[in-house]
Design a protein around this ligand. Structure first.
Ligand code: BTN
Length: 288
């Protein structure tokens, strides 16, 4: 284990320090998080995970930090990660899968994180495709998946997970679209219980994914947790953006969106496949 101590909820509702052996007592998985590297402050846990992912034997290792100075978000955005306010962690995976299937791992992570949050907090959280977790219309968790390759093969995939736990003050810009577990629950949660629940759920979904090499057995579960399922959404993709009804994902993790197109003078329904990456999807009236 890389770090010395971590936090647990104390009587006065703040996190208190835990030592290494205590942390291990909370982790009941068979692989994910069996090795934990804990840091007080890092630039980004994803950056460290990518480095450690090159070292054999780190499949399933978890990098977790109390704060990040340069947390990374999707689409090149910054991820604000203050001290003692959240769970900032990255899971290293070195799967032997076709590189074309790697993007599905991000949806596996969303399934696991959402289930873990629901189990521990009882909150009605949902997935916003492909991998944001939202509660009451606001984002509580973001996931950034990064991959290193060697000669066209996967060297490692890093799943970076940022959960707002104890943040209660968001900037004006974030206030309308971000929330935290403390804001939603009115109290703090046991951080390691949640980390463990997430790892357990991710491990379960990951093994199904590895067996099938697709989302064929998981798409129904994913779609059940999908916010905006069968609702009108807008796909933001520069000039090519469009509106349509979200019909859930297919076995490749693409979002199916039903739109109307004018063909030979007639309005026809067309199903478009939206691939994750540089595209954002949101409801027609705001963030979700
Ligand atoms: C998003 O933009 O929604 C993705 C945010 C991902 C943030 C997490 S925090 C832990 C890990 N390390 C990073 O630098 N980013 C991810």
């Amino acid at each position: 284990m890389g770090g010395e101590k971590e936090e647990r909820l104390g009587i006065d509702n703040t996190w208190i320090r835990l030592d290494e052996s205590e942390i291990k007592k909370h982790i009941c998985t068979s692989l994910f998080g069996q090795k934990i590297y804990y840091y007080e402050e890092v630039d980004s846990t994803n950056t460290i995970a990518k480095r450690l992912g090159k070292i054999p034997g780190n499949h399933g290792a978890l990098i977790i930090a109390n704060s990040q100075k340069a947390g990374k978000g999707r689409l090149g955005r910054e991820w604000i990660s203050p001290k003692n306010k959240g769970i900032w962690m990255s899971l290293i995976l070195t799967p032997r899968i076709d590189i074309r299937n790697a993007s599905m791992l991000t949806l596996i992570a969303a399934l696991g994180v959402n289930e873990g949050i629901r189990r521990i907090t009882g909150l009605d959280s949902f997935i916003k495709w492909p991998n944001d977790i939202v509660v009451h219309g606001k984002k509580i968790c973001g996931i950034l998946t990064e991959m290193s390759t060697i000669q066209g093969k996967i060297e490692c995939v890093v799943i970076g997970i940022g959960i707002n736990v104890a943040n209660t003050n968001f900037s004006n810009e974030l206030e309308k679209k971000a929330t935290s577990l403390e804001v939603e629950l009115g109290c703090l949660i046991e951080k390691w219980e949640l980390v463990n629940a997430i790892l357990e759920s991710m491990e379960k979904y990951y093994s199904i994914y590895i067996r099938t090499q697709s989302l064929i057995e998981l798409k129904q579960e994913y779609n059940k947790q999908l916010i905006n399922y069968k609702e009108l959404v807008q796909v933001l993709d520069g000039e090519k953006g469009f509106k349509g009804v979200a019909l859930g994902i297919n076995e490749f993790g693409e979002l199916l969106v039903e739109t109307e197109k004018l063909m030979d003078g007639k309005v026809e329904k067309v199903i478009q496949k939206v691939v994750s990456g540089e595209v954002s999807v949101r409801g027609v009236y705001g963030y979700v």
